[in-house]
Design a protein around this ligand. Structure first.
Ligand code: SF4
Length: 352
């Protein structure tokens, strides 16, 4: 090893221990630590900083339980009475009414499932028309077999008026294959089986069980039930999802109401408690709804009043005079604050 190299090695060592052969005592030679060169702050150098991971979207923790709201039965009954006089699209065009009566029950069940799959993000009138088109245009009518036979593009064209029709056409075709292969051509009779089908979420699953199998396993919560449930104070899922609403409603609502509550509130939401501009002023439950506020306005009116006066000859005269009168006008308005916002983090908006 060359001297240069060994000296470089020596320098790089901060402390060296040698043996003093005379005294056999360890001799410690300490050398000053070499200063480390300062790190250049040259702008040409790229400083790599570790990117911090974006914090995950925090989903509010929603309780599954909700205390039975006061007066809910009165509210329910009043809405039911009101709905008898105010027909809504869901009454005639709801998914449970779209299957043909003359076809076998198995086919009816399939038609109900297809109707539900078409109904998400789509108005009842449009869904109903699309189901009619399938029933009359598909060779052999709307059956599992005809869906298996039809080309996906042709199916898509039949249902082109509904929202997300191309995705729904694929879901229906894929679901039909699963029904043929796994369920003997029928629709599943469990929520797990139904929600395992593509494009079928809990709302559709519970409604399909109720309508097609007469099984009451849960409430079908759609946007109307989700919105009105929160407005009425029947649940507190403003920061939650329809599934949270379902669990809270089911925690206190007697089971016999689980099926009728969907068409009741859907229709109410279509004609009275609208998503935007609910008609609180005409609403039969405004006095019990926490989302409605009563505002009192002072209005000034002019009215005529009789006034008795004496004329110059001391004769009594009656005159009509215009006087100002204040009047309280009560108006009922929507207070808001109970409006659920749908968080778009769920797997698929069509899966309700
Ligand atoms: S008072 Fe207004 S917000 Fe409350 S249920 Fe009636 S329409 Fe809906």
């Amino acid at each position: 090893m060359s001297l240069r190299r060994s000296s470089r090695l020596f320098k790089s060592t901060s402390t060296v221990t040698a043996i003093d052969h005379v005294n056999e005592a360890p001799l410690v030679i300490t050398e000053k630590k070499q200063k480390q060169p300062k790190r250049s702050r040259s702008p040409s150098k790229t400083i790599v900083t570790k990117k911090s991971k974006p914090s995950p979207i925090k989903k509010a923790k929603i309780q599954d339980q909700f205390d039975e709201p006061a007066h809910w039965k009165t509210v329910y009954e009043r809405i039911r009475e009101y709905r008898k006089t105010a027909p809504a699209p869901v009454d005639t065009m709801g998914c449970e009414r779209l299957a043909e009566e003359q076809v076998p029950e198995k086919v009816q069940r399939f038609q109900t499932l297809v109707s539900l799959m078409l109904s998400s993000q789509t108005k009842d009138t449009v869904t109903s028309a699309a189901v009619k088109t399938l029933q009359t245009s598909l060779s052999g009518g709307l059956t599992l077999n005809s869906i298996l036979q039809v080309d996906e593009k042709v199916l898509d064209n039949y249902i082109k008026s509904v929202g997300f029709h191309n995705r729904k056409a694929k879901y229906i075709k894929d679901a039909a294959i699963i029904l043929r292969d796994k369920y003997d051509g029928d629709i599943p009779d469990t929520i797990e089986g139904l929600t395992s089908l593509p494009g079928v979420g809990p709302k559709m699953g519970y409604l399909a069980l109720q309508c097609a199998w007469k099984i009451n396993a849960g409430i079908g919560v759609d946007v109307h039930v989700h919105r009105i449930g929160n407005r009425l104070g029947w649940c507190d899922t403003v920061n939650g999802q329809p599934e949270d609403t379902r669990k809270q409603l089911q925690s206190w609502l007697p089971k016999e109401y689980w099926r009728p509550i969907n068409p009741l509130l859907v229709g109410f939401g279509q004609v009275m408690c609208l998503p935007r501009g609910p008609k609180c002023g005409e609403c039969p439950v405004s006095d019990l709804c926490p989302s409605a506020v009563t505002k009192v306005k002072k209005m000034k009116n002019m009215k005529e009043e009789e006034k008795v006066v004496m004329d110059q000859g001391n004769n009594i005269q009656v005159k009509m005079e215009q006087v100002e009168e204040e009047q309280d006008i009560k108006t009922i308005a929507f207070a808001g604050g109970h409006e659920p916002k749908l968080i778009k983090t769920e797997k698929n908006p069509l899966d309700w």
